[in-house]
Design a protein around this ligand. Structure first.
Ligand code: ZN
Length: 246
């Protein structure tokens, strides 16, 4: 499975079908038209946005992207509207698409306040609800994270994707549909990893994720909750350092 496929699959996953208490469904939803080219365009733009090859606020020249990928503008526009839903780009009248600005201090504070309120609770519930399938999925996520080499652009996006999968899986396993929907809609991983591109966040986050995964597999609700709380606290500190230096 290529990175593009997995990225599109999880981003196009229809969360409306996520049953309460159930693990996420296989990510097989597809856009209606020319999925391969949309995926290609999405993947190209996502990596460029996450690794700051397209800087915050920069205009995205659709014709240039089309020439570079040797595809028409239609799949690129479709990919851009997906990225707009994730708030990574926004459309401006008579200008076209621009990369979104990085998060402000207030947005970072609000994001972590909300996550601290719901994710440690979700982890405690998830630890109690662990199934064989969920353990397998956690082990797959763990493997994807440990296999990512720091510094590579594609690897960075893959790590961000694995982070997203872990946090969404925990939210889904909490058995609370509103928590699952909320975590999904935040798209926190995209914005956090874009902001932290210049740091060695994956190395630090990998150890924190390992602690979360170990506690979940051990079905230790208190430890899972505490590990998530610590991870979010450190992630927020990493964001604060970036904001302070910028
Ligand atoms: Zn994380």
């Amino acid at each position: 499975m290529t990175m593009g496929e997995t990225t599109m699959r999880h981003l196009l996953n229809d969360n409306a079908t996520l049953a309460e208490g159930a693990a996420p469904r296989p990510r097989t939803s597809r856009p209606a038209a020319a999925p391969t080219m949309v995926q290609q365009a999405y993947d190209h733009l996502l990596t460029a946005l996450m690794t700051l090859q397209i800087a915050p606020g920069e205009r995205i020249a659709i014709d240039q992207v089309a020439r570079r990928l040797n595809i028409s503008q239609t799949p690129i526009r479709e990919a851009l509207s997906q990225l707009e839903a994730e708030k990574l780009v926004h459309k401006m009248p008579n200008v076209g698409y621009r990369a979104s600005a990085q998060m402000t201090r207030e947005e970072v504070r609000d994001l972590y306040t909300l996550r601290q309120l719901i994710e440690p609770y979700a982890a405690a519930r998830a630890a109690e609800a662990m199934t064989k399938d969920a353990v397998e999925e956690l082990e797959a996520i763990d493997q994807a994270m440990s296999g990512v080499e720091d510094g590579a652009a594609g690897g960075y996006s893959r790590f961000a994707e694995a982070d997203d999968q872990l946090h969404r899986l925990i939210a889904a396993l909490s058995g609370n549909r509103l928590i699952a929907d909320t975590v999904e809609r935040l798209h926190a991983h995209l914005h956090i990893f874009r902001a932290l591109y210049s740091t060695n966040a994956p190395t630090e986050a990998a150890a924190e994720h390992r602690a979360i995964i170990d506690a979940l597999i051990a079905r230790d609700g208190a430890a899972a909750s505490e590990a998530v709380r610590t991870h979010l606290e450190r992630s927020q500190q990493r964001m604060d350092r970036v904001l302070a230096s910028g």
